[in-house]
Design a protein around this ligand. Structure first.
Ligand SMILES: [Ca+2]
Ligand SMILES: [Ca+2]
Length: 492
């Protein structure tokens, strides 16, 4: 009965308003655009689109950028997989939910657990929702959200992809293998991209698209794990970046932390760079990150290429995002877990039929938190009431220079905030210490201007944008600790 009445309503509406096009509201689910949702893990701005480093080779990301709009000043809600992805999937800021660090569980957080997660949202709106790879935090997808909102998960809701530890290697790995999670190196020559867990995810997504049997509208999520450590890829990817040509990061300065408050080290003490330098592995580690980014690029090309060849090409929104950035030595850090540019800046690219203009960019400050409300808007689905804290990006898709918020926010741990405007980055830590950088003259954030009285007004403007609410009722949260961003103690 219910289905019949929906159909009747849809047919009636179609008679009244005629056909609708992609990106416009339509009450008949069959008319709504499909969504290809590509997640990439730990991919920073070292690529040919965001131009954070010139060594990267990423033709397929460039081709995707040429299809639609790239947000060049997009930032994560949190510089760690767990809270970043929880924010993307719920549309709720970490400071609102109390989900601050990787160890914080999504489903044991009452605010997040009671929210309508993005896959559930599309399922409730009549979409076929399927996913594979790493979409939520935890490579083992099923451990966290147990398939909530998915009609189908690859390989299944109870079975994970093969682990990286199972790949074959020729040589001993530099830091001793998967257990440290900090290794890198080429796989054994017998290993091809089809054996790599990310290759398996990309093959699955491509086959789904090319198979032509998806029920429209669909939401297809493909989560790529690289270039998250361990940086393992087939030899051919390492061969693209000869070791003798590798250059150290342009943004690295030995004395860079001299003008930075000590509070940053409380968020995450990261010994990896020291270890990497001591063992003369800096260039090999950079080579591996570049190799794995090139692998991701090929897989993105494969998935987008499959969509283009599929029957769904004309009515499918593509959104590609990375969950946060990564520092390859800048500010003494090999890792994420900081509020600096290289850790918060992300890839955020959209190609939306009849909405985006090919090859456009916008430098307005935007956030991964904006993905959920934007998808709701583009598909004409009513967002869950009172839940979403991000903004619909559609106005910027139509006019990249449209009036917009002055800043966007990244949260890492209790009362540690990074704000990015078009020109400045402002950081304030829980102990009240501050940093301020002027990107117009200092793209590497070398000179902390926070104590310079000339910038008092700028700081004041930025401070007004900070959240005033940091301790959600009824939520047990763990402050960021000293070691690896793991909790040092529990609060409440
Ligand atoms: Ca990540
Ligand atoms: Ca400095």
């Amino acid at each position: 009965m219910k289905q019949t009445s929906y159909l009747f309503l849809a047919v009636t509406l179609l008679c009244v308003i005629g056909t609708t096009s992609g990106g416009q509201s339509a009450d008949n689910p069959a008319q709504k655009p499909n969504i290809l949702f590509i997640a990439v893990d730990d991919m920073n701005d070292w690529n040919g689109v965001l131009k954070g480093n010139t060594q990267a080779k990423t033709p397929h990301l460039k081709a995707l950028a040429a299809k639609g709009i790239t947000f060049t000043n997009a930032h994560c809600a949190a510089p760690a997989c767990g809270p970043s992805r929880s924010a993307i999937m719920s549309g709720i800021l970490p400071s609102t939910s109390g989900n601050y660090i990787n160890k914080s569980s999504l489903i044991h957080n009452p605010i997040l657990n009671n929210s309508v997660l993005l896959p559930e949202f599309f399922q409730q709106n009549g979409y076929q929702v399927i996913g594979g790879g790493k979409l939520f935090h935890g490579y083992h997808f099923t451990h966290e959200v147990k398939g909530r909102g998915f009609d189908e998960y690859f390989p299944s809701k109870t079975q994970d992809l093969p682990s990286f530890a199972g790949l074959k290697f020729n040589a001993k790995l530099p830091l001793g293998g998967w257990a440290r999670q900090a290794d890198w190196g080429p796989c054994h020559p017998d290993v091809t991209v089809n054996d790599h867990p990310d290759g398996i995810t990309a093959n699955w997504a491509s086959e789904k698209l090319l198979g032509g049997e998806l029920q429209e509208p669909f939401f297809l999520g493909a989560g790529i794990f690289q270039p998250h450590l361990p940086n393992y890829a087939p030899q051919e990817y390492f061969d693209r970046f000869p070791l003798e040509e590798i250059e150290l990061p342009e943004g690295f300065r030995e004395d860079d932390l001299d003008d930075v408050p000590k509070a940053h080290s409380k968020m995450a003490h990261n010994p990896w760079l020291n270890r990497i330098r001591e063992t003369n592995q800096w260039k090999p580690a950079i080579q591996a990150y570049l190799a794995c980014t090139a692998l991701v690029d090929d897989l993105v090309g494969q998935i987008v290429g499959a969509l283009e060849e599929s029957p769904y090409a004309g009515n499918t929104i593509i959104v590609l995002w990375s969950d946060h950035g990564f520092q390859l030595g800048e500010k003494g850090r090999w890792g994420k877990y900081s509020l600096w540019e290289r850790a918060t800046r992300v890839n955020l690219m959209w190609a939306v039929p009849e909405v985006t203009t090919p090859g456009t960019t916008s430098a307005k400050p935007v956030n991964l938190l904006d993905i959920y409300p934007t998808l709701a808007s583009l598909t004409g689905c009513e967002p869950p009431e009172g839940q979403l804290e991000g903004k619909d990006l559609t106005p910027l898709m139509k006019d990249p220079e449209a009036d917009w918020d002055q800043t966007t926010l990244t949260v890492f741990g209790y009362k540690n905030y990074g704000l990015r405007s078009e020109r400045y980055r402002y950081i304030t830590y829980a102990d009240g210490t501050e940093e301020l950088y002027d990107h117009q003259s200092d793209c590497w954030e070398w000179q902390n201007l926070a104590d310079n009285p000339e910038y008092a007004q700028t700081k004041q403007m930025m401070r007004q944008e900070l959240p005033t609410h940091h301790e959600p009722d009824g939520v047990t949260y763990t402050p960021v600790g000293y070691k690896w961003g793991l909790p040092s103690k529990s609060k409440k």
